[in-house]
Write a protein that binds this ligand. Sequence first.
Ligand code: ZN
Length: 93
Amino acid sequence: MKVRKVPMRRCVGCMESKPKKELIRLVADEGGSLHVDPTGKANGRGVYLCPSSSCFALARKRKAIGRSLEMSFSEEELDRVFGELVQYEKQDS
Ligand SMILES: [Zn+2]
């Protein structure tokens, strides 16, 4: 039986490593704007978040996305992205 190693990524909210497919990717495009990347395959530099409101809040409070990407995003940009993220949120069990 083949054992496939699960790719892990670190959530920028809670800083825990989780299987990549359980996380939501955010990607910064060439123009420096931030997008939710539901496919996980968009070009650009990405950061990952758990699909939970607590991680969204932590990431925002710590300005973790901009810090991870070494970029700065306006409040308006972050409002838009976090507004989009809500639809990917899963209830904590
Ligand atoms: Zn998390």
